[in-house]
Structure formats: structure tokens, C-alpha cells
Write a protein that binds this ligand. Structure first.
Ligand code: G3I
Length: 392
């Protein structure tokens, strides 16, 4: 009888550990499948959320989402508000969404998201004022040498001005570096570069700063994370670009590192990434991880193993990133596997559902969620030592 009591006691202790430590620790400690670990309570303990864990360390955790998603899926909206302290529109502030015609602006969907953020005491960030994608049909037949600067300035003035005072930060220019295109200084061959030259960057940041002096102005870039020739070239050209902007007095306040991670193994080098973050911080810039997810198309189909590999990619990058005091925020590009761009852009070859994000399709916390939680909990940078998330 005694043995049974002891066994029962041990199971209760395990349950207690589970609810305290969160599922990830338990699943990794005891190899329990995430479904079972979700049974160990703690699911609705809001003090346990990524939003709370980040805030305790002077950081912000957030995600991208859409007006339709947060309006129509009430359960998702509730979990989003619980887990996120910041919201960024995935598509609603892109040129093709916010400026359907040269003189017409549609702020409805963006306002829907700004209001969701306000009602849920979340920070709101804008994405993206200048990009080579998501341009409206009228753009290429309307914008030319004579009017490019005026159209660029009017866009930034109108959009940033509309959200002035409500926006934590803006991705002012997105993905301007693409060394594989062999342009001078690694600049991407975009309509803006062709029409205005590299000064389009300075025009964009200066116009945004004038339209809202209280928002953090971010240069957002992809392909910065890995120890590869391509990423090394992106890092070097990005640093040179940031140095040029800063030296010229152009108001850029932060670098956005998109961090769309991939399944190829062995490409992340902590020393290389740490050195890069230090060099960016050395330019007196803050850093935001702006679009994290893991493209899992080439990772094993087995869900528990795949989730474990994906969580390892989140954790190995964030454990380095969060040790840099200049890093102020972590955002994922979506929050739940139910709503992710990866499904359409990088579908798995075996047609299995993709699993790139912290919550599964039923909004349960996955191993990736626990990896992000552990990174927040375990960073050695105190809130007082971390750069402040708000505008200087
Ligand atoms: O809204 C239209 C809809 O009316 C139409 O029926 C449908 C049919 O194709 O298209 C819808 O627009 C789509 C839009 O997402 C909204 O869902 C576009 O086709 C589609 O190209 C667009 O994809 C977005 C992509 O950027 C390109 O703009 C993705 O959702 C978005 O996640 C992705 O995000 C980018 C960041 O902005 C920059 N960093 C990389 C990241 C991933 O590519």
C-alpha cells in the first residue's frame, strides 16, 4: 500500500512541477509529448504568458496578425491579447492595402489593429513604409523620375501622421540590402533605388521622423542570422548602410532583424551572431527581432521531434540575442500555426501542416513557446541594464 501511496505522491509532485515549470521543461525533461504536457495545467496562468515574462525582463514580446483574424476568431484574439504585448499588422499597412489609389488611403484595417492594440494595452508598430513588394497596381504606371520623391514623401507623411502618437515603432525601410543582386553597396535593385538612388533611404527616415518625432524608426532586414557567405554579406552591407545613415545624421534608431529561421542545420554560429549584435549596438542603435518563425519544410514529419528541433532554433538564437542589452523586443511573424504565411509560401513536401510558431492550431503552447519563455526567463541582462524599448 505504502508503495502505491509513494507512487501517487510522486505523480502529484510531477504534476506540481509540471504546472510550475511549464510544459516545455516537462516535455524536454521527461520526453512527454506536448499534448500530455498541456494537461498539466498552467495553460491559463496569465502571469505565465510570454507578454508577462518579457515585461519582467524589460523586454517586449509581440507578433504580427491581421484585422480579419482578430475580429473573426475570438478565441485567437483572446490568446493573442494574453501572450502579446505588441501587435504589428502583417499586411494592413502595406502600400497595396493602405493606398489603393494614388490619392486614396484606406486606414480601416490598420485602424482595426491599432484599436485592438489600444483596447488590450499593447504596443502597436507599423510595417512597412518602403518596400519593393506589396506595391499597388497603379504604382508602376504612375510613379516616375518626376514624381517619385513627392509620392514617397506624401505616403510617409500621410501614413505615419495618421498613427502619430499611437505607434511604438515603424519599419521605415524593409529589405533594402540584397548582395546577390550585385548592385553597389549590396543595395537591392528596387523601384526606389532606380528612381531616387540610395538617398531614398534618407528621405524616408527623415520624413517619418518629421511626421512622428515620438516613434522609433527601424531599418528592417532579412538574412542576417546565419554563418554563411550570403548572410555575412548581408550583415556587412547592413552595417555599412547603418553607418552611412548615422554618419549623415539620418534619424534611424533601431535595426530590425527578421529572423525567419530555416531548417538547414549547423548554420547558426553564436559567436558570429553575438559579434554582429555588438557591432550594431556600437552604432548606438537598438535591436528588435521582428519576424521570428521557423520554416520547417525539410524537418521530419514526426510532430514531437519536429517541435523539439524548431524550439531549439528559437532558443539557440534568442539565448544569444537576449544577452545583448540593445535588444528590446522579440516578435514572431504570426502567433499560431493556424495563421501563418509559411503555409502558402513554404508548404511541406509531404503536405503535412507546417508548425513554425509558438502556439499550435488550437492555440496550445508548443515547445517553441517554452523555448521563447526560457530565453526570457534566463537572460542575464537586468531590466535596468537593457536599452529602453521606447523612443530615446
Ligand atoms: O488581400 C488579398 C486578397 O484580397 C486576395 O484574394 C488574395 C489572393 O491572392 O491575396 C490577398 O493578398 C495577399 C496578402 O498577403 C494578404 O493575405 C497577397 O496575395 C500575398 O502576397 C500577401 O503575402 C504577404 C507577403 O508578405 C507579401 O506581401 C504575407 O501575408 C506576409 O506574411 C509577408 O510578410 C513579409 C513581410 O512583410 C516582410 N518580411 C518577409 C515576410 C514574409 O514574406
Amino acid at each position: 500500500m505504502k508503495n502505491k501511496a509513494t507512487l501517487f505522491g510522486r505523480r502529484e509532485i510531477l504534476k506540481g512541477i509540471g504546472s510550475l515549470a511549464g510544459y516545455g521543461a516537462l516535455s524536454s525533461l521527461f520526453g512527454l509529448p506536448s499534448l500530455l504536457t498541456n494537461a498539466f495545467g498552467g495553460e491559463n496562468n496569465s502571469a505565465d504568458s510570454l507578454r508577462e515574462r518579457a515585461a519582467r525582463k524589460g523586454l517586449v514580446f509581440g507578433a504580427a496578425s491581421g484585422c480579419n483574424l482578430l475580429t473573426r476568431d475570438k478565441e485567437f484574439a483572446a490568446r493573442f491579447a494574453e501572450e502579446c504585448g505588441m501587435l504589428v499588422p502583417e499586411n494592413e499597412l502595406m502600400w497595396n492595402a493602405v493606398r489603393p489609389s494614388p490619392d486614396g488611403f484606406n486606414f480601416g484595417p490598420g485602424d482595426c489593429l491599432a484599436e485592438f492594440a489600444r483596447k488590450n494595452n499593447m504596443l502597436f508598430r507599423g510595417h512597412a513604409l518602403v518596400w519593393h513588394e506589396a506595391l499597388p497596381a497603379w504604382f508602376h504606371r504612375t510613379v516616375g523620375d518626376q514624381n517619385a520623391e513627392q509620392i514617397l514623401r506624401s505616403h510617409i507623411n500621410k501614413v505615419v501622421g495618421h498613427y502619430a502618437g499611437k505607434t511604438h515603432s515603424w519599419d521605415v525601410v524593409n529589405e533594402a540590402i540584397a548582395p546577390w543582386q550585385r548592385q553597389p553597396d549590396g543595395m537591392r535593385d528596387t523601384p526606389w533605388l532606380r528612381l531616387l538612388g540610395p538617398k531614398y533611404m534618407d528621405i524616408s527616415f527623415r520624413t517619418a521622423a518629421a511626421a512622428d518625432p515620438k516613434t522609433l524608426l527601424v531599418y528592417n532586414q532579412n538574412h542576417l542570422e546565419y554563418d554563411s557567405k550570403g548572410s555575412e554579406a548581408c550583415r556587412n552591407h547592413t552595417l555599412n548602410l547603418l553607418r552611412r545613415l548615422k554618419t549623415g545624421g539620418t534619424p534611424v534608431h533601431a535595426l530590425g532583424i527578421q529572423a525567419h529561421l530555416t531548417s538547414e542545420d549547423g548554420k547558426f554560429n553564436p559567436q558570429v551572431f553575438r559579434k554582429f549584435l555588438r557591432e550594431v549596438a556600437g552604432l548606438d542603435l537598438k535591436i528588435m527581432m521582428t519576424e521570428m518563425d521557423v520554416i520547417d519544410r525539410d524537418i521530419t514529419n514526426d510532430i514531437f521531434t519536429r517541435d523539439k528541433i524548431i524550439s531549439g532554433k528559437y532558443e539557440e538564437l534568442l539565448s544569444v540575442a537576449l544577452d545583448e542589452p540593445a535588444v528590446i523586443a522579440v516578435l514572431t511573424w504570426g502567433l499560431s500555426d493556424k495563421y501563418t504565411w509559411v503555409r502558402n509560401y513554404f508548404p511541406r513536401r509531404d503536405d503535412a501542416a507546417v508548425r513554425p510558431l509558438p502556439l499550435d492550431e488550437s492555440f496550445h503552447r508548443k515547445q517553441a513557446w517554452h523555448a521563447i519563455a526560457r530565453a526570457f526567463d534566463q537572460t542575464n541582462v537586468s531590466p535596468s541594464a537593457r536599452k529602453k524599448a521606447m523612443i530615446p
